[in-house]
Design a protein around this ligand. Structure first.
Ligand SMILES: Cc1cc2nc3c(=O)[nH]c(=O)nc-3n(C[C@H](O)[C@H](O)[C@H](O)COP(=O)(O)OP(=O)(O)OC[C@H]3O[C@@H](n4cnc5c(N)ncnc54)[C@H](O)[C@@H]3O)c2cc1C
Length: 491
C-alpha cells in the first residue's frame, strides 16, 4: 500500500523511452529527475537539496514512516564552533577539531572528506538545520567527540531532526517531492554503463522508476553479521549483539556492488562494550552500571582497557578485538544487588538472579576457583586481580575512575558483550557523492550518502569512529542531493 504525499502528482511525469529494453519489459514505469532510495536522515537531506535546486524528486522508503535509525537516535550531533559553544565559553574551530581528530577517531586529517567535514559542519549542517527550526541543547564533553565540549543533543532527539528534514524535503521548492512508503527498491537499472533508475516493488507488485540521477541512502550493513565478521576477521566466532538499527541490513551495498561499486574501510565498525547477554529472548542486551565499576579480563587473564570507559568507541573496539573474542567482567558478592536493564525505550529491568537463571553467570567461592571454571591461567588471574585490588585504593593505571575492589566471596564472571553499533566504512564516493568503481572511476548516474558511505565519504574516520555521526550523514546527503539534481537537470 502506498501512502502518497499531497505533492506526488506534481513530482512524477510518465516518460518511458519506448525504444529501450526496460520499456519492453514493463509498461508500468515513470520518469523523475532524481530518485532517492531511503528516507533516513541522509535520504531526506538529499531530497531537500535536490528539490531546492529545482528537481522533481521521488523518495522510495520501504518502511511505513520516514527517519530510519535517526528515529531511535538520541540525536547527539558534533559541531566545531556553534553559538551554544560560544555562549558556554568553549573555544572551538575547524582547526581545533582537526587537532583532536586523529586522537579520538584514529582518522587522517589529510583525508579530503575530513577537510570538507571540518569546513562545512557549521555552514552546511548547523546553520542549515537551524534555518529549518532545529535546536540543540548545550555542548557536552564526550570523549568520543574529542577533548572539547562539541557534542550537542538535538532538542527532541533524532525524531525532531527527522521531522525537520522531512518537512523541508516536501516543501523546499522550486521542485517537488514525494515520499512513497512501503516502497522497496530491489535493483538498480543499468543501461549502457549508466544507472538509469530503479526497479522497485510494493503491495501492488513490481515497478520501474527511471531517473536522471539515482541517490542510494539505504543505511549501514551492521545487521548482516556475516558481513561484519568478514570485514573484521579478528572477531572470529565471538558472539555479537546489535546496537544498530534493525533496518541496517546492507541491501544498498549489495545493490551498488551489483552495478560495479567498490567499498572502503568496511572494517571500521564502531563497537560498544557496555552490557551483557539478555536473560530473555528478543532483547539484544542488558546494561548495568556495575560493568564500569569492576575489572574485565580477557582469555589471557589480563586486563586490557579502561573499564570506566572514557571513550566508549575505543573501549568497545578494544574489547571486540580480544583473543578469541572473549572477555569477562569479574565481580564479588556485591554484584548480586545489581540491576540489569534493557536500554531500549520502555525496556524491562532484571535482577542478578534472572542473569544466573539464564545461565550466563559463572560462580565460584574463590578467585582460583573462578579462574578454573573459566579455563583461565590461575596464577595470572590472581596476579591481575591482586594488582587491581591494590590499585583501586591508589591509582589504577587502566582506569579513569576508581573501581570496586573484589573482596567478598562468592566471585562471579559475566561475559561482556560486543555490541555492533555503527558503520564507519562503506561505498566509496567522490567529493560530489558520486559512486566509484574499483578503479576509482565514477559510475555514471548514481550517488550514495549516509551510513551506507561510512557516514561520509567512506573514509572519514579511522578504526574507532566518533559520536555525532548524524552531522556527517546530513552533510553527505546534502552533497549528493545538490550534485544529483545538477546532473539530472542538465540532461
Ligand atoms: C539506538 C541508536 C542511537 C543512535 N544515536 C545516535 C546519536 O545520538 N548521534 C548520531 O550521530 N548517530 C546516532 N546513531 C546513528 C545514526 O542514527 C545513523 O548513523 C543515521 O541515522 C543513519 O542515517 P542514514 O540515513 O544513513 O540511514 P538509515 O537511518 O538506516 O536510513 C536508511 C533508510 O533507507 C530505508 N531503506 C533501506 N533499504 C531500502 C530499500 N531497498 N528500499 C527502500 N528503502 C530502503 C530504510 O528503511 C531507512 O529508512 C544512533 C543509531 C542507533 C541505532
Amino acid at each position: 500500500m502506498w501512502l502518497w504525499s499531497p505533492l506526488l502528482l506534481s513530482a512524477c511525469v510518465a516518460q518511458p523511452d519506448p525504444g529501450d529494453d526496460v520499456a519492453d519489459e514493463d509498461s508500468d514505469q515513470e520518469y523523475v529527475d532524481v530518485v532517492v532510495i531511503g528516507a533516513g536522515a541522509a535520504g531526506l537531506a538529499a531530497a531537500g537539496d535536490a528539490v531546492a535546486a529545482g528537481a522533481d524528486v521521488v523518495v522510495l522508503e520501504r518502511e511505513a514512516e520516514a527517519g530510519g535509525a535517526a528515529n531511535v537516535a538520541g540525536g547527539l550531533m558534533l559541531f566545531s564552533g556553534t553559538p551554544e559553544q560560544r555562549a558556554a565559553g568553549v573555544i572551538d574551530s575547524p582547526a581545533q577539531l582537526a587537532a583532536e581528530w586523529p586522537g579520538f577517531t584514529g582518522g587522517d586529517v589529510a583525508d579530503p572528506w575530513f577537510q570538507f567535514f571540518a569546513a562545512q559542519n557549521i555552514p552546511m549542517v548547523y546553520d542549515y538545520l537551524a534555518s529549518l527550526g532545529v535546536r540543540w541543547l548545550a555542548p557536552e564533553r564526550e570523549p568520543s567527540g574529542g577533548d572539547t565540549p562539541r557534542v550537542q543533543p538535538v532538542e527532541g532527539q533524532g525524531a525532531a531532526l527527522v521531522a525537520a528534514l522531512l518537512d523541508a524535503a516536501l516543501d523546499a521548492g522550486p521542485g517537488a517531492a514525494t515520499v512513497r512508503y512501503g516502497a522497496q527498491a530491489d535493483e538498480l537499472l543499468l543501461e549502457d554503463g549508466r544507472v538509469a533508475g530503479v526497479r522497485w516493488s510494493d503491495d501492488d507488485g513490481g515497478h520501474i522508476l527511471r531517473a536522471g540521477a539515482t541517490i542510494v541512502a539505504t543505511g549501514g550493513f551492521l545487521r548482516d553479521l556475516d558481513r561484519v565478521r568478514a570485514a573484521v576477521p579478528a572477531l572470529g566466532d565471538a558472539p555479537l549483539t546489535y546496537a544498530s538499527w534493525q533496518g541496517a541490513d546492507g541491501n544498498g551495498l549489495t545493490m551498488l556492488e551489483d552495478v560495479g561499486a567498490t567499498t572502503q574501510n568496511l572494517g571500521a565498525v564502531g563497537f560498544y562494550a557496555h552490557g551483557f547477554a539478555a536473560p530473555v529472548a528478543g532483547v539484544d542486551e542488558v546494561v548495568s552500571s556495575i560493568v564500569a565499576e569492576t575489572p574485565w579480563v580477557n582469555a589471557d587473564a589480563l586486563r586490557f582497557c579502561d573499564e570506566a570507559g572514557v571513550n566508549s568507541l575505543v573501549v568497545g573496539r578494544t574489547r571486540a578485538l580480544q583473543p578469541a573474542g572473549l572477555a569477562w567482567m569479574v565481580a564479588d558478592q556485591r554484584v548480586e544487588d545489581a540491576i540489569f536493564a534493557d536500554p531500549s525505550a520502555g525496556g524491562a529491568v532484571y535482577r542478578f538472579a534472572d542473569m544466573e537463571d539464564a545461565g550466563s553467570v559463572t560462580r565460584a567461592d574463590s578467585l582460583v576457583g573462578l579462574a578454573d571454571a573459566l579455563g583461565l591461567d590461575g596464577d595470572t588471574f590472581l596476579a591481575t586481580l591482586a594488582d587491581y585490588n591494590a590499585a583501586s585504593e591508589t591509582d589504577d593505571p587502566w582506569r579513569s575512575a576508581p573501581g570496586i575492589p573484589l573482596v567478598e566471596p562468592p566471585f562471579y564472571a559475566l561475559p561482556v558483550t560486543i555490541s555492533v553499533a555503527k558503520a564507519f566504512g562503506g561505498v566509496d564516493v567522490d567529493l560530489q557523492g558520486r559512486v566509484l568503481d574499483s578503479e576509482g572511476k565514477v559510475l555514471p548516474g548514481v550517488y550514495a550518502a549516509g551510513e551506507l558511505t561510512g557516514m561520509l565519504g567512506g573514509s572519514i574516520v579511522g578504526e574507532y569512529g566518533f559520536t555525532g555521526s548524524l552531522t556527517a550523514v546530513v552533510l553527505g546527503g546534502r552533497v549528493a542531493g545538490q550534485y544529483a539534481a545538477a546532473e539530472a537537470l542538465s540532461r
